[in-house]
Each structure stands twice: as C-alpha cells, then as structure tokens.
Design a binder for this molecule. Sequence first.
Ligand code: SAM
Ligand code: SF4
Length: 326
Amino acid sequence: MLKDTFGRIHNYLRISLTDNCNLRCFYCMPEEDYAFTPQQQLMQADEIGQLAQLFVEQGVTKIRLTGGEPLVRKDAPAIIEKLAQLPVELHMTTNGIRIDDMLPQIVAAGFKSINISLDTLRPERFLQITRRNYYARVRANIDLLLQHAIPTKINMVVMKGVNDDEILDFVALTKDNPLEVRFIEFMPFSGNRWTSNQVLTYADILASVRTQYAVQPQSPGPNDTAKAFSIVGHQGRIAMISTMSAPFCAGCNRIRLTADGKLKNCLFSAHETDLLTSLRAGGDVLPLIHENIRSKAQALGGQLNENFENIDTDFLKNRSMITIGG
Ligand code: SAM
Ligand code: SF4
C-alpha cells in the first residue's frame, strides 16, 4: 500500500507517455524554445508495463495516460493494449487529434473515460491558443467517442480575457450530449506566464453558469477533485476543478510518473525520484517508490500557498506542465 505520512493512500497513477505534442498551447508549454526529450530517454513500452505492474502490486487501481500528448507516440496502441490487461480502471487525457487514427485500439481497451482538452468552440481562437489548426478534427473525434459510447469529458482551462466569455457555450454542449464539461482553474507552471489576475475561480465560474442555468450539486466521491453539477434538462453535466481557489489535497490519492521515468508525488512538488535509471540498472525500485510517497507534503507540493493571489512564480521549483503530465 502506498501510504504517506498524513495517512493518504495512493491508488491512482498518472503516467505521462511523452513530453512531445502536436499542439503548442501557450498555457502548458514553456515560453522559450523547448526541445522534446529524446526517444531513448523516455520509458519504453515494456518499461511502462513493468513499472505499472509494480504500482498495481502496491495497490494502484486506476491509471490515467497523459503527456504531452499521449497519442503522438507511435507505440501508444501497444502501450494501451498492455495496460488494458492490468486489473485497473484505465483513463486517458488527450487533445483528441489522433483518436480517429487509433480508434479500434481505443475502443478495444475499454477506457472507463477519456478526457479531451478543448478550451474554445471558436476555430480562430483554437488556433491562437494552440498555435495549430486542428479544431474541426478534435470536434469530430469527440463525436466519434460519443458514437462509440465511451464516457467522454471535456477539459476547458478557463482564463480571464482569453476564453471566459465561452463558459455558457460550453454548458450548452451538455444539453444534448452525455458529456461532462470540466472547467479548470488556470495554474502556474514553469514558463507559462501565469498571473493570478488571469485566474477565474470556481465561484466565479459557477456564478456565471447560474445566470442562465439551474444547477444541482452532485455528491462528491472520497477522492474527487471535481465539484460536479447536473443541469436541469441536460443529458450531460458540468464540473469545476478548483486547484487554485479551493485545493483538494486532503483527499489526494494521486501520484505521477513522468515520461522520463521520474516519480512525482504532487503536481506541484519540486522533488522527483528517478525510477527509470534504477530499473534499467536492475535495481530495486520499490523502496524508492515508498520513500517518495513518504516525502509527500501536506498540500500543494509544499510550494504554493492557499491564497493564490500571493503566489510568486519566481520562487516555484517545478517543470512545465507538458513535461509533468497533467
Ligand atoms: N495533451 C493532453 C491534453 O491536452 O489533454 C494531455 C496533457 S495536458 C498537459 C493535460 C491537461 O492539463 C489538459 O487538460 C490541459 O488543458 C491541462 N493544463 C495544461 N496546462 C495547464 C495550466 N496551466 N492550468 C490548468 N490546466 C492545464
Ligand atoms: Fe499539448 Fe495538451 Fe499541453 Fe496542449 S495542453 S500543449 S495539447 S500537452
């Protein structure tokens, strides 16, 4: 069992398959030119399988594939097939561009849910945010997932002055589609030009939704990061991820494996444990995992404070989001 010094049991592993991506979302990538990690420094498919198996033996019951963009890896179908054989709930977060290329393997894997990132419903704005022209393909692939009855969520990072005028349009998407739209508060990472005045809080978002819709809070699960709401007359629902204004660290059950095989016990932790080098050297990885979990801070990686307006990003020691695996 992966228990930290605060009694939290970690049974949810997020595995980043790569720090490469076919989009360039400005809030995720570092501002300066970024060189993607060379292929040989990334965990190979069999190494991902070995480490995932080890985590499952330690009590992990849920695995999410993420990145970078997990589906830019040529061997993503093989990795998905391997992980689908483990006794875990399998989930994925993707920008959705390559869903159509890999649909048979995605359907066969039996994903419990797939989260697609989509921050705007306007093609020109999509191009501005992501610096690539894939809006139509992402929208078509969301429809493809729904046609195959795969539970689908949409992740929208809400940023003041960028896309906060589209909140109600996103809520409207849930009327005739069984989608969950997740509004995510904008978070600071290395090089992403975050400022606190760009954060639209969970309370702000909810107030904006309530101007037009009657919403009903849903009871949360023990480790839920999202505050979910149903909407009268809608097939789908909405949820808010309030990392900045109301963090949910007390119930945290998540750990992260970066694409280069480092274990991070929190999205905001500076500390990382190199599992891949030890695995490649034939070492015993298990004590390293337990030591990493025991060092987990009580909240926000021990780096951010709960009043996000006072965060000084110059003092944050972390990777950029694209290299962590969101
Ligand atoms: N490429 C995939 C995608 O975009 O879904 C997976 C990786 S991406 C890093 C995972 C999630 O992190 C996405 O939903 C993305 O919108 C979110 N994200 C990235 N940077 C963020 C930030 N600064 N604040 C909040 N969410 C962020
Ligand atoms: Fe790529 Fe996802 Fe980051 Fe956008 S949010 S740059 S799609 S990893």
